[in-house]
Design a protein around this ligand. Structure first.
Ligand code: 5CA
Ligand code: ZN
Length: 409
């Protein structure tokens, strides 16, 4: 699948910093030391509705990860999937009486537009679940041949007990896992499973639903977790630097993915850091397609909101915090963007080198974007009150804000 165009990332004076980031698996900060090519997998959308602020906030967090790495002169190998066949997509297509392929294509196209407008760097490989099926089938066969999978009425399940490290990504107890499994695409109540938490690897064809030739697995379609494992292992290999998503993906999705990979390769963990963004809410509840309490990126753009202001709203919240979208947080960002643009439009100003270092330090410290914004605010206040004689300083500020925060001033 094609992704979207990359905006240019200006090079900055001085030296970038290595990223220290919170890892859900070890429940603490880890300093990542990627090779010359940093490797990151970020779970993509299930394209049955438009990009909302929760999605945008999560992709913003992982865009910052890339920008910190690029600033250290590393290349970034970024992979993202599109869950372009799954129950919620098929249900929405049926509800609205449209073709599921057309729905997925339409919403994926809109997502590309939204990501481009928000200046999110594109993945090098943007892979749909459907196009990944030929790579998924042999992995499921291998899991079955290894004794880690079993059949139930034609469906094939993964046995979580086959993984000695099961539970070490999300660190939850069995009761919590069971609740989340039921909420997030699992079927813990289904009779006949070895363990209620066991996730599906391959779903036998259902009447009226799309299905593919699964070789020895029979006609069917892939389970959700194995999809991301197949794409990640194919394009990044084992032990890549970061697997990312919103905090609702820690369990079951990333836990199960690590388990599949553990049985397939004998190694744990699949990613050196499991990084999870907080949930954005609206009116006191998590924004979600299933609840319908959504603020869409495309809707705001249609209303004439500058995408840079949307991005500044996201950046004003720490990526790990849960926060609420309100008209006020957007208005604050619109005001801030105006102040910043006025300050960098002058030819000279206060020295900017220390500011670049402050932004770098803030982001390297678990992506503390609010601290980075506060540092820029201080420079802008100095520009407004005292001004400065440093020719070109505003240009340095504008390039730093672009390169490190993805905001074009
Ligand atoms: N296709 C799967 C991942 S393989 C999926 O979770 N798709 S999604 O469309 O439901 O979500 C896409 C990304 O947005 C995920 O990382 C998810 O954790 C994140 N996300 C969804 N809702 C919110 C929210 N309210 N706040 C923050 N992030 C969210
Ligand atoms: Zn995923």
């Amino acid at each position: 699948m094609y992704a979207w165009p990359a905006s240019e990332v200006p090079a900055l004076p001085g030296q970038g910093r290595d990223l220290r980031i919170h890892d859900t698996a070890t429940e603490g900060l880890v300093t990542l030391d990627p090779g010359p090519v940093a490797r990151i997998y970020v779970c993509g959308i299930t394209p049955y509705d438009a990009t909302h602020m929760g999605h945008a906030a999560t992709y913003n967090a992982f865009d910052l990860v890339q920008r910190v790495w690029l600033d250290t002169k590393r290349q970034v190998h970024y992979v993202q999937n599109v869950t372009d066949v799954d129950d919620p997509l098929l249900e929405r297509a049926q509800r609205d009486d449209i073709d599921w392929v057309a729905l997925a294509e339409k919403e994926t196209a809109l997502f590309r537009e939204d990501m481009t407008a928000l200046r999110m760097l594109p993945p090098r490989h943007y892979i749909g679940a459907v196009e990944a099926i030929p790579g998924i089938v042999p992995l499921v066969e291998r899991l079955r041949d290894a004794g880690a999978a079993y059949e139930l009425d034609g469906d094939i399940y993964f046995s979580v007990e086959s993984d000695p490290n099961f539970g070490k990504v999300s660190n939850l107890d069995a009761a919590a896992m069971r609740v989340l499994s039921a909420e997030r695409g699992g079927d813990p109540e289904r009779p006949g499973k070895k363990n209620p938490l066991d996730p599906m690897l391959w779903m036998a064809a259902r009447a009226g639903e799309p299905s593919w030739d699964g070789g020895s697995l029979g006609q069917g379609r892939p389970g959700w977790h194995i999809e991301c494992v197949a794409i990640a292992l194919d394009h990044l290999g084992m032990t890549f630097d970061v697997q990312g998503g919103g905090s609702d993906l820690a369990f079951p999705h990333h836990e199960m993915g690590a388990s599949h990979a553990q049985v397939l390769t004998g190694e744990f963990p699949m990613a050196k850091a499991y990084v999870h963004a907080g949930m954005v809410g609206l009116h006191g509840e998590k924004m979600s397609k299933s609840k319908g309490n959504l603020v869409f990126v495309s809707r705001l753009r249609r209303d004439g909101v500058d995408p840079a202001a949307i991005r500044l709203t996201l950046l004003a919240h720490h990526y790990r915090a849960d926060w609420e979208w309100t008209d006020q947080v957007l208005q604050d960002a619109v005001d801030r963007l105006g102040r910043w643009r006025a300050a960098v439009s002058r030819p000279d100003g206060p020295d900017a080198e220390a500011l670049v270092e402050e932004i770098r330090a803030a982001l390297a410290n678990d992506l503390d974007a609010p601290a980075a914004l506060a540092a820029v605010d201080r420079w802008v206040t100095r520009q407004d009150t005292e001004g400065g004689t440093d020719i070109g300083a505003p240009g340095v500020v504008s390039r730093a804000v672009d390169a490190l925060l993805g905001v074009a001033l």
